[in-house]
Design a protein around this ligand. Structure first.
Ligand SMILES: Cc1cc2nc3c(=O)[nH]c(=O)nc-3n(C[C@H](O)[C@H](O)[C@H](O)COP(=O)(O)O)c2cc1C
Length: 168
């Protein structure tokens, strides 16, 4: 298995240490290169670094206040009108998820930690960043170097619960 998949966990032990520009852009580039339905690419990334990201602090849910320690936020804006709609499935959020996972894995590849959060005031963040009305903000990726070590158990359903070989 890919090392990055094994290493990636949603850690919270962020340091404010600056991330080198080229590494941040590698992470964003990984998001840009993700596959999407008909190559529609429904994502936009709003990058907030250092002091600039403090604008979001007041919109974080209390349980996510650890995110204030990180160096950067990548706010994901997803355009539901710019993607496939097949059999009542709207693929925009699906495709934004692929883009986010690419960024998480590229972050771990560069010894960063990255943590998606949905726990924030979505309307508040949309307004303060002047994101156009039609977009939704599924997650903010919290990005930074780790400080010390955090123990985090991996908890997943057993493969036997989710795998159906040869049919359901
Ligand atoms: C869409 C989404 C929203 C999430 N929102 C939060 C959040 O608001 N706060 C938080 O601490 N973790 C959040 N997480 C992290 C999940 O709790 C975490 O991915 C899950 O527990 C599995 O753990 P792992 O990522 O370490 O493997 C979110 C993850 C995803 C994919």
């Amino acid at each position: 298995m890919m090392d990055e998949i094994n290493k990636r966990k949603s850690y919270r032990n962020f340091s404010g240490r600056k991330i080198e520009e080229e590494i941040i852009y590698d992470v964003l580039e990984a998001g840009r290169l993700a596959p999407s339905c008909y190559n529609n690419q429904p994502w936009h990334f709003i990058l907030l670094k250092g002091k600039d990201k403090e604008i979001i602090n007041e919109y974080l849910n209390r349980g996510n206040s650890w995110a204030k320690n990180a160096y950067a936020f990548v706010v994901i804006a997803c355009d539901p009108e710019t993607d496939c709609n097949i059999d009542k499935i709207q693929y925009a959020l699906f495709d934004c998820g692929l883009s986010v996972e690419n960024m998480l894995l590229e972050a771990y590849h560069n010894n960063l930690i990255a943590h998606s959060i949905a726990g924030f005031d979505h309307e508040g963040v949309k307004n303060i960043l002047k994101i156009p009305e039609k977009y939704s903000i599924p997650v903010i990726i919290v990005l930074g170097y780790p400080e010390g070590n955090e123990e985090r158990k991996r908890e997943r359903k057993d493969m036997r619960e989710i795998l159906h070989e040869g049919g359901w």
